[in-house]
Design a binder for this molecule. Structure first.
Ligand SMILES: Nc1ncnc2c1ncn2[C@@H]1O[C@H](COP(=O)(O)OP(=O)(O)OP(=O)(O)O)[C@@H](O)[C@H]1O
Ligand SMILES: [Mg+2]
Length: 220
């Protein structure tokens, strides 16, 4: 099977009403799927369900492989330096110390954060902190990388630098889901983008770029 994730008819409500209203999609090995939708649409809720942090009310999520999830707000521990934050995730996942150090060196090089590893979170730029949060997801060697708004708060140069790091990861045939509220940030990196409606989130469009041909499906 080539699918890393299969989501079927997912639904979720909070006390003030529905947030996700029947979402289905697949993620294939080596594919980068972009998810775009307005603020408050339900994007982070969808990712939290896929990452197993919260439960859906109904529907199914099948995951084949390990997920590395980077939440919207990084959730780095401010009193730790970047390296300690990243290695803590390795330790919690049972990665041996030596293996973790080897992985750290290679990931830090790919993301270009090697020189900042000994700095505390509060002493690095937003872009570097973002990359450290992504490095923390990568240290467990995931099959699927899920990024919630990776570009928010970054300037043009930091966005470009993060984009090139993500493209390098994509060459390793990792499946990726990248969420953003701006389509423009997703077009270069994604193979396919699904567009969500405002709360409750439903897929209203699907745009794909496969083999240089753009196809556009309206789904509402
Ligand atoms: N735990 C919760 N309890 C109640 N309501 C929630 C909870 N989590 C999210 N919501 C609500 O669900 C809706 C969707 O939130 P969510 O964070 O998934 O949106 P989003 O698309 O990620 O938005 P943004 O672009 O601002 O990140 C919002 O109206 C939010 O207030
Ligand atoms: Mg969000």
């Amino acid at each position: 099977m080539d699918e890393l994730i299969v989501v079927r008819d997912l639904r979720k409500s909070f006390s003030d009403g529905p947030v996700i209203s029947g979402i289905s999609f697949e993620l294939k090995r080596g594919e980068v799927l972009g998810i775009v939708g307005p603020n408050g649409a339900g994007k982070s809720t969808l990712l939290r369900i896929i990452a197993g942090i919260i439960e859906a009310d109904s529907g199914t999520v099948e995951v084949r492989g390990k997920i590395g999830y980077t939440p919207q707000d990084n959730l780095l521990l401010p009193w730790f330096n970047l390296e300690e934050n990243i290695l803590l995730a390795a330790k919690l996942s049972g990665v041996k110390e030596r293996e973790a150090m080897e992985r750290l060196t290679s990931i830090a090089e790919k993301l270009g954060i090697g020189e900042h590893l000994k700095k505390r979170v509060r002493d690095v730029s937003g872009g570097t902190a973002r990359k450290a949060a992504i490095a923390r997801s990568l240290i467990i060697s995931p099959d699927i990388l899920i990024l919630d708004e990776p570009y928010t708060g970054l300037d043009r140069d930091s966005i470009d630098s993060l984009q090139s790091s993500l493209k390098r990861l994509r060459e390793e045939r990792m499946g990726m889901i990248i969420v953003s509220h701006q389509l423009g940030e997703l077009t270069e990196i994604s193979d396919r983008v699904i567009v969500l409606s405002h709360r409750p989130a439903k897929i209203v469009k699907e745009i794909s770029w496969r083999n240089g041909n753009i196809s556009w499906k309206e789904l509402y």
